[in-house]
Ligand binder design. Structure first.
Ligand SMILES: Cc1cn([C@H]2C[C@H](O)[C@@H](COP(=O)(O)OP(=O)(O)OP(=O)(O)O)O2)c(=O)[nH]c1=O
Length: 198
């Protein structure tokens, strides 16, 4: 897949997006960036004792390290999104039942969504992250289970998509970047991309 860049983004190198997430692909498209998707298999485990921010950055960097080196003037972009509530890190649920349990934990609480990003450019790694706070109202078991049944959110950290029904009906407010919750902090990313050659 190849997308044409807008003239405004001409100083930004072509991006190799190493992510199967359709949301990340869509966000780059909406930013009018020139990118291509290249996927690599990566083990997403991480050592104990890291903070949520460190976990997201650690996994994003691991995803970038799957590329031994960059090609020419291209920049490899990887990311990892995790949800953290009451000191507990939630990744993707393993089963629909697990998804229901995660959403019950998030119901009526504030949680953090952390996205770690890694850019590999000219054989140098540049990592950063963003944190958003998401406020869920108390949701009924029926609201949660019908969402899980209909949307099967097994590909989403914390078992929900802010862009899907549960986000639209359950989230009172967020503090911080919306796109960070979807999977890529676009404003911070743009600031890094325009500075790559400086
Ligand atoms: C919290 C939240 C997460 N998500 C998504 C973003 C990520 O795609 C996913 C978290 O899993 P990630 O491991 O960050 O990403 P991924 O497995 O989808 O893609 P890849 O590893 O190839 O880059 O959850 C939403 O779409 N909406 C949300 O509200």
């Amino acid at each position: 897949m190849n997308y044409e860049p807008s003239t405004m983004n001409q100083s930004i190198p072509k991006i190799i997006l190493a992510s199967k997430s359709p949301r990340r692909q869509e966000l780059l498209r909406l930013m009018d960036l020139d990118f291509e998707v290249v996927l690599k298999e990566v083990d997403e485990s991480y050592p104990d004792g890291l903070t949520p921010q460190e976990v997201a950055v650690y996994i994003a960097r691991k995803k970038a390290e799957a590329f031994d080196q960059t090609v020419g003037d291209e920049v490899v972009l990887t990311a990892d999104t995790i949800v953290c509530v009451d000191g507990l890190i939630l990744g993707k649920p393993e089963t629909p039942q697990h998804a229901i349990e995660m959403l019950q934990i998030l119901s009526g609480k504030v949680h953090l969504v952390v996205t770690g990003v890694c850019l590999l450019y000219k054989n140098k790694y540049n990592s950063f992250f963003d944190v958003s706070e998401v406020f869920f109202r108390q949701m009924s078991l029926e609201e949660i289970s019908s969402y899980v049944e209909q949307y099967n959110p097994l590909d989403k950290a914390g078992s929900y998509g802010i862009q899907e029904r549960i986000g639209l009906i359950g989230i009172e407010k967020i503090q911080g970047s919306y796109t960070n919750v979807v999977g890529l902090p676009t404003e911070k990313l743009y600031a890094q991309l325009i500075n790559l050659n400086k």
